[in-house]
Design a protein around this ligand. Structure first.
Ligand SMILES: [Zn+2]
Length: 222
């Protein structure tokens, strides 16, 4: 059974900013909104209040009758994330949850906030550590890039496994660019910039000079 005395009627006024304000009347039982209306005069609001009083608070409600009366009624407010009850007295929103002003929920809210803050701080630390690691890796990469033949101005050429040639451009501790030219293509480059240009025979000779790798099928003699 629902007692008529547990059904609450609230009224209020919203001031208009640069326009007319209004009065409102809310009737709720726990978090079920039984009535809500808006009125442009105090008199109209008073009439609505009297009507609702008569509709809802004349008698206590039997369960079946009550179930029927509240069918389809909306929530009166977003439910509290902690206790699930209404938040008509105001809320605190924090970290994707909302909290009512009831004392146990205020305590739980502070604990939740502390927990989420700690998680957040940890994630910041993790991010900082990741950034540091990434910076170090980049430095190491730049350092390693400065091996092989230094032509000039931070430009390095290095023979890699299989006879490919790695070209790196390093500026201080920063690796500006790096790419690897396969052995056969390197031979083409050498031939192409030579006075007599690239022919099969000269390309093969360039490959032999470079020291072709038997593990690379593309560099097998034709
Ligand atoms: Zn609560």
């Amino acid at each position: 059974m629902i007692k008529a005395s547990d059904i609450q009627i609230k009224t209020g006024e919203v001031e208009g900013y640069g326009g007319p304000g209004y009065h409102w009347v809310l009737v709720h039982f726990e978090n079920v909104q039984l009535e809500w209306s808006k009125h442009y005069s105090e008199r109209e609001a008073g009439k609505a209040e009297a009507l609702y009083e008569q509709r809802w608070k004349q008698h206590d409600w039997q369960d079946a009758e009550w179930a029927n009366a509240i069918e389809g009624k909306p929530l009166a407010s977003p439910p509290c994330s902690n206790c699930g009850q209404h938040t008509l007295e105001g809320t605190v929103s924090q970290w994707e949850r909302i909290w009512c002003k009831r004392a146990p929920c205020q305590i739980a809210q502070k604990e939740w906030a502390a927990l989420k803050k700690a998680e957040y701080d940890k994630s910041l630390q993790r991010q900082a550590a990741d950034t540091e690691k990434w910076k170090q890796e980049w430095k190491d990469k730049a350092k390693e890039a400065q091996t092989g033949f230094h032509w000039r101005d931070g430009r390095f050429f290095k023979r890699m496994e299989g006879g490919s040639v790695r070209v790196s451009h390093v500026n201080g501790e920063s690796l500006q660019s790096q790419y690897v030219i396969p052995a056969a293509e390197w031979a083409s480059i050498v031939c192409s910039v030579s006075a007599e240009g690239e022919t099969d025979g000269r390309w093969n000779a360039a490959q032999d000079f470079h020291g072709r790798s038997t593990s690379d099928a593309a560099t097998e003699p034709k």
